[in-house]
Design a protein around this ligand. Structure first.
Ligand SMILES: [Fe+2]
Length: 243
């Protein structure tokens, strides 16, 4: 395993290349640089909580730090919306390969890192070998934890897209492409909570009231009653299951 301090230096220097005199771009670059450092920390904490080895814990931290490497250039598009710029998971893999920063690692670790980064932002993850699935699950949780901690509340009337409401009622994955209104973002966030892999992550999101605030923000009328009941049952089952 290579030196983590060296990687943090490389990462900071890489991001510095995208610093800008445009304050909007600069804020976006700094936001993602900071987010990456926080996600690295959470990925490490999560990996420790599930009893991984010291080397695996380092691997989780590396993936956390590098998962949004392509957000630096995406900030220059003045959007973090992949559908109108580029897929930042795929682009991140490309940039890391070009930079050769992972070359000092063994092939298996490189493959795990690149797979996890490629799929950290996809709606679903194609099944692969257990190690790739493990580290992809870790980065997806660590990423969501930091995102929830920094999201502003959704301020909107109850104007929801029926297609998304129906998908949520059935417990299906919600495609971001179906978001048509500001209020729909509440549904997407609830969908993210269904996509949490580990009790470690879910417990923090519950303790910090993100889940209860989301549930409270939905209407007290059909079909939202059913959506809330299903969600509460999911939380109880997930937190009481064997980790
Ligand atoms: Fe990302």
């Amino acid at each position: 395993m290579f030196n983590l301090a060296t990687l943090y230096n490389w990462f900071h220097n890489y991001y510095c290349n995208f610093y800008s005199s445009d304050p909007d771009i600069m804020n976006m670059v700094r936001l993602k640089e900071h987010h990456s450092v926080m996600v690295a920390k959470y990925a490490r904490g999560l990996a420790e909580s599930i009893g991984l080895s010291a080397e695996e814990i380092d691997l989780a931290e590396i993936i956390g730090l590098l998962h949004d490497i392509a957000r630096s250039e995406q900030a220059h598009c003045k959007t973090f919306n992949d559908s109108i710029s580029f897929d930042h998971g795929d682009r991140g893999v490309l940039r890391l390969e070009e930079a050769g920063i992972l070359d000092a690692l063994d092939c298996e670790s490189q493959e795990i890192i690149l797979f996890s980064i490629k799929y950290h932002n996809k709606m679903t993850v194609p099944s692969s070998n257990p190690d790739k699935m493990l580290f992809t699950s870790i980065i997806r949780d660590a990423d969501k934890l930091d995102i929830f901690r920094n999201l502003p509340p959704v301020r909107a009337e109850h104007n929801y897209s029926p297609a998304l409401v129906e998908l949520l009622r059935k417990g299906r994955v919600l495609p971001y492409s179906e978001v048509k209104t500001t209020a729909d973002k509440r549904l997407i966030r609830l969908g993210w909570l269904y996509d949490i892999n580990y009790q470690w992550t879910l417990a923090q999101l519950i303790n910090e009231s993100y889940a209860s605030e989301l549930v409270r923000s939905l209407p007290n009328a059909p079909p939202f009653d059913e959506i809330k009941d299903n969600f509460r049952a999911y939380i109880i089952a997930k937190l009481s299951a064997n980790p």
